[in-house]
Design a protein around this ligand. Sequence first.
Ligand code: PLP
Length: 430
Amino acid sequence: MNTLSKSSSVFAEAKLYIPGGVNSPVRSFRSVGGNPPFITRGEGSKLYDLDGNNYIDYVLSYGPLLLGHAHPVVTEAVQEAAAKGTSFGAPTGAEVALAKLVCELVPSMDMVRMVNSGTEATMSAIRLARAYTGRDCIVKFIGCYHGHSDALLVHAGSGATTFGVPDSPGVTKGTAETTLSVPFNDLPALENVFAEKGKEIAAVIMEPTPGNMGLVLPKDGYLQAIRKLTKKYGSLLIIDEVMSGFRSAQGGSQSLYHIEPDITCLGKVIGGGLPVAAYGGKREIMNWVSPVGPMYQAGTLSGNPLAMAAGIAALTYMKENDVCATLTKRNAELTDALKAAADAAGVPVQVPRLGSMFTVFFSEKEVTNYEDATACNLDAFRIYFHSMLEQGVYLPPSQFETNFISLAHSDEDFAKTAAAAKVAFTKVAE
Ligand code: PLP
């Protein structure tokens, strides 16, 4: 069994200086209990911690590391860029190169603006949609996460078309009032909102294949129906592919489901593990962005040369080596093995997968929305999670997160993971 004594003592110290000891809440292991390992390095598919343990990593920094940790093409690109200066506050050719590459990979994007986080991308996309349409309301889906900007930290009030309610103290009622929330995969609920408030709705923002309540897939025709509805009412469709971009498929979930959004948000993989995100879309809409248009948005470190170098290296390698197609096949092998292990132990699970993403839901029935996800057996998840961690498999510490695989994950990693899962599911069944 792994010991975490050094990690635990640094965690105790961390809590004195950083709220909860972490710089992003899920890292604290709150929902599964116990102390998180403190990481000293990552290489390929593995993480190494302060106590000398190593783990097969299915978190991958919550998605960005499509090629695995410290992939040489990314590391070398960053080192080379760093030697030439870390930030200029002036335009560079690397920004143009990454913008061109992104527009080529995601054809609905004619133009793109780089920012530093997914939160900034979705926040800016909403401001742009409001500016362009001259409308105030936005619609989001319950259980989808788009970062922590005020307008998006809102949950549904009672009744499908009532105003939203702040999800966090500090978000004003006024802000929440223009965010309407509906359940995912429920077209009538969305139609009702549009019937009542359609002329006030600037945009619908959605994860097309949500990954922030665990991985949930859209019902047949659902995304296309949303596209039709937004067009009918003159509202924009913002597709948030911060997680699904270059993960569900090379062109994102919009390419898989054949929907053309007005604005796309990207993040995670686009930066190869450095802080980059982006929003972009149709030229006519992007021309509203400052300095060409009146919608203001800016950033001291936006388009940072190290981050651009990492993004260009990661996306170029992905494209030239057909990484997404390879990972889609590899993911099927792993998830089939996990499902078989659960079945053998008599533990009911659902294992949806898409591209290089998957979730093991402890549920007897298919998970189609947030309500289904929150009905999962969280005690079973906790037992599974800790057993896997003890056996050297690092999973996201919440039932409501998505697991990721990378190009660095080997057959041996998968075999070890499946063997560990057999033990973990047996514990769950006890
Ligand atoms: N949108 C989606 C779909 C995400 O999954 C996330 C983060 O997990 C965000 C936006 C926010 O991105 P960031 O954490 O970079 O602010």
